[in-house]
Design a protein around this ligand. Structure first.
Ligand code: COA
Length: 307
């Protein structure tokens, strides 16, 4: 077996798509399936240069690993995606890819303090692989789903105006500010700049009409952004600023998002939530969402955490 590792090049796009959509990896990388999804992930502003590495066995693509390195509340952290085609497992390819991407992180983002791996459960191989490399389980996220066709209409709190995102500089800045206010105390808050948000909204699969922003007294105090995947539509980002909590705005925005997903004829209506975010969980449960899948996160501290 001749194993070669190298950086992803644009000419690898279709081979990578074929690897990800094959039977052994499609369920794990469900968010990378369908038109524009992989291109969207490749355009993510936090994917670091050289951070997407491919493994070839006798010239055939057998695995990949990519590293996203966003700024957190206390420095940067790395989130990896890693997969090896089933028939090439247990021969060390995953370990080689992980080691290569860690070298890239040490070289290009030496300040990174934590690296994460994750997988949808059941994931016996991923859990054993993570443990073998010294990563320990730190968190679970839930994929929640609700039935379609029975969603109540939003009830907008008094004094709230709604605007669809229009791509203007003003709305871009307001969105970035409202996101930072709403999520600042959350696990793995991403400390985005306006430029990060601009780049994120420039991804080919971004839907401006799937982002509703709520205003009170001229200030943006809430937002709901939806995204479509091949198998499901998602209320992908929902937040209200600290000054606008407890007035029913989150529930109204959620209902707007549910209706958007249904209007787009997505097969399923879903969202992903931190399993320890009790207030969000209570809201989603009360709006008919139940847990459909669990995603475990494994973590290791790196040299950057001591900087
Ligand atoms: C997790 C995954 C990337 C591992 O890739 P791999 O190339 O098979 O991993 P390696 O051969 O480098 O395994 C290294 C060690 O991890 C552990 N391990 C990996 N797969 C295992 C399994 N199925 N059962 C038990 N231990 C396992 C073992 O300790 C192994 O060392 P050993 O073979 O000497 O016993 C692969 O199973 C995969 O692609 N799974 C689906 C995608 C996924 O879950 N991604 C999330 C990754 S965290």
């Amino acid at each position: 077996m001749k194993l070669d590792l190298r950086r992803y090049e644009p000419a690898d796009l279709e081979a990578l798509r074929a690897l990800l959509s094959g039977p052994s990896l499609a369920a794990e990388f469900d968010m990378l399936q369908g038109a524009g999804a992989l291109e969207g992930a490749l355009a993510d502003p936090f994917l670091i240069r050289d951070g997407l590495q491919l493994a070839f066995v006798d010239g055939d693509l057998a695995g990949f690993c990519e590293a996203f390195v966003p700024p957190g509340a206390h420095g940067r952290f790395a989130v990896l995606r890693l997969g090896v085609s089933e028939r090439r497992r247990r021969v060390g390819i995953g370990s080689r890819l992980l080691a290569r991407v860690r070298e890239v992180i040490e070289r290009e983002a030496a300040d990174v303090g934590e690296i994460n791996l994750s997988a949808w459960l059941p994931a016996d191989a991923a859990a054993a692989f993570a443990a073998h490399h010294g990563y320990r389980r730190v968190r679970s996220f839930w994929l929640m789903e609700r039935s379609q066709g029975d969603s109540p209409a939003p009830v907008w709190p008094a004094g709230i105006e709604r605007r669809l995102y229009d791509g203007s500089e003003a709305m871009l800045r307001e969105m970035n500010g409202a996101y930072r206010d709403s999520f600042a105390r959350h696990y793995h808050f991403i400390n985005t700049s306006v430029e990060d948000t601009r780049a994120f909204f420039s991804r080919p699969n971004f839907r401006p009409d799937g982002l509703l922003m709520a205003y009170r007294g001229g200030a943006c105090v809430g937002f709901c952004r939806c995204e479509l995947f091949e198998q499901r539509g998602e209320v992908a980002l929902l937040g209200t600023t600290t000054a606008a909590r407890g007035i029913g705005l989150g529930r109204a925005l959620l209902r707007w998002g549910i209706a958007w997903v249904e209007r787009e004829r997505a097969a399923r209506t879903t969202l992903i939530v931190d399993g320890e975010n009790d207030s969000a969980l209570a809201l989603y449960r009360s709006e008919g969402f139940g847990v459909a899948r669990t995603r475990d996160i494994w973590s290791v501290a790196t040299a950057g955490s001591r900087m």
